[in-house]
Write a protein that binds this ligand. Structure first.
Ligand code: SF4
Ligand code: SF4
Length: 343
C-alpha cells in the first residue's frame, strides 16, 4: 500500500498517516488510542519543543514541554511552565520604543518610559496578547501555544536518524505532562506507532488512572522525588508527597521502568534526612533503574523578569560545588543506591 505524500513527494510517516485520516490507519489509531470513533484528536498546550536534548532520557532526544503544572516548587527551573495558558514575555533590550503596544493594551498595563522603553505593570496584565501582535521588534511575545499531535510529531520525527544512532527518542516534560492526559496519551501513541523510544518526565502529581492509561506507551519514567518529609514537601511544592509516593509504588508494581530524579536544593532538601529517605525508597523499589541527583542551578532566575514573576526562593540559595555533589553521591552509594544519569 502506497502512503500519501507530503508536499515534497516523500511518503508520510506512519504516525502522521494515522493523524490525517488515511482509512486503515485511522481505524488502527482509534483502536490504539482506545477512544470512541469520531472523537476529535486532542490538542495540547506547550511552551517549547527542544531538539537535540541530552538531559531528558537516554541518547539524543526531542523534548516537548507541556504548559501547566499543579505543583509550585520553590526552585522551579521553568517558571513559564506553571501557568496552563499562554503568557506574555517582555525582553526589554529588544524594545525599540515605538509605543505601539501601549496603544494596543486594553488594560493600560503598558506605558512608554522616559528611557523610551515599554514599561509594564504586570499586575494589570491579563495576558490577552494584543500588545505582542503589534510589537514588530518581538520584544513582546506570547509564550505557549495550542498544538495538534501531527504538528508536534512532525518536528519530533525530523531527528529520528539521531534517535536510532544514539538510543534516543521523544520525552514529554513540562510543566506537568500528566496534567494534559488526553494530549499526552495521543502524542505518545503516535510516537510509539513510529517505534520511537518515549520518556515521560513527571512530578507524579496526578490521578493513578492517568498514569495507568499511559503505561503501555512509556518506555521510561523520569519520576521526581523532591522531599521525604511530607510537611516540608508541602512547604516546598504546595502539596504533600502521599499521592506522588502512592503512584510511584503503583508504577513499580506495574513493572514500569523508572529513574528516580531528585532535585537537590541547598538550605532546603539537600540534607542527610532526605538522602536517607532516598536510600530507603530505593530499597523499597528494587526494580528501579536507578537514582539521579539533580543539583540545584540558578540560571532560571534570569527568566523571572521577562515574565514579570518573582520567586520565594531566597537569593542566598546557591548551586552546590562539585565536592558537595560528590559527597551526596558517595553517601548514597555507601547505602547501596544505584546512581544513574538519565541522559
Ligand atoms: S511595541 Fe514592542 S518595540 Fe514598540 S514600544 Fe512596545 S515593546 Fe517596544
Ligand atoms: S498581554 Fe497584558 S500588557 Fe499586553 S495587551 Fe494584553 S493586558 Fe496589555
Amino acid at each position: 500500500m502506497e502512503r500519501p505524500a507530503v508536499g515534497d513527494g516523500r511518503p508520510l510517516p506512519l504516525g502522521l498517516l494515522r493523524l490525517v485520516g488515511h482509512r486503515p490507519a485511522e481505524k488502527d489509531r482509534v483502536e490504539s488510542l482506545g477512544r470512541p470513533k469520531g472523537r476529535a484528536m486532542p490538542t495540547g498546550w506547550i511552551f517549547d519543543i527542544q531538539r537535540f536534548s541530552i538531559h531528558d532520557g537516554p541518547g539524543i532526544r526531542t523534548t516537548v514541554f507541556f504548559k501547566g503544572c499543579p505543583l509550585r516548587c520553590l526552585w522551579c527551573g521553568n517558571p513559564e511552565s506553571i501557568r496552563p495558558r499562554p503568557q506574555l514575555s517582555y525582553l526589554r533590550e529588544k524594545c525599540l520604543g515605538c509605543g505601539d503596544c501601549a496603544g494596543a493594551c486594553p488594560r493600560t498595563a503598558i506605558a512608554l518610559g522616559a528611557d523610551h522603553k515599554a514599561s509594564l505593570d504586570w499586575s494589570r496584565c491579563d495576558h490577552c496578547g494584543r500588545c505582542a501582535v503589534v510589537c514588530d521588534a518581538k520584544a513582546l511575545e506570547m509564550v505557549g501555544r495550542n498544538v495538534g499531535v501531527a504538528e508536534v510529531l512532525a518536528v519530533v520525527l525530523r531527528d529520528r536518524d539521531y534517535y536510532a544512532a544514539s538510543g534516543g527518542g521523544m520525552t514529554l516534560s513540562g510543566g506537568e505532562p500528566l496534567a494534559q492526559p488526553d494530549f499526552a496519551e495521543a502524542l505518545l501513541h503516535a510516537a510509539k506507532a513510529e517505534s520511537l523510544h518515549c520518556c515521560v518526565e513527571t512530578s507524579g502529581m496526578a490521578e493513578w488512572s492517568v498514569l495507568k492509561r499511559l503505561l503501555g506507551a512509556v518506555d521510561l519514567w523520569l519520576y521526581d522525588y523532591k522531599e521525604t518529609d511530607p510537611h516540608l514537601h508541602a512547604k516546598f511544592t504546595g502539596f504533600g508527597n502521599a499521592p506522588i509516593l502512592a503512584n510511584l509504588h503503583a508504577l513499580h508494581r506495574a513493572d514500569a521502568k523508572i529513574v528516580l530524579r531528585c532535585p537537590m536544593i541547598p538550605e532546603h532538601n539537600a540534607r542527610q534526612q532526605h538522602l536517607d529517605g532516598i536510600a530507603a525508597l530505593a530499597r523499597q523499589l528494587p526494580k528501579l533503574e536507578g537514582v539521579e541527583l539533580l543539583p540545584y542551578y540558578d540560571l532560571w532566575r534570569a527568566k523571572l523578569t521577562r515574565f514579570g514573576l518573582t520567586s520565594p526562593l531566597p537569593e542566598s540559595v546557591k548551586p552546590p560545588d562539585r565536592a558537595t555533589v560528590q559527597s551526596w553521591h558517595d553517601y548514597l552509594r555507601q547505602r547501596g543506591v544505584r546512581l544513574v544519569a538519565s541522559s
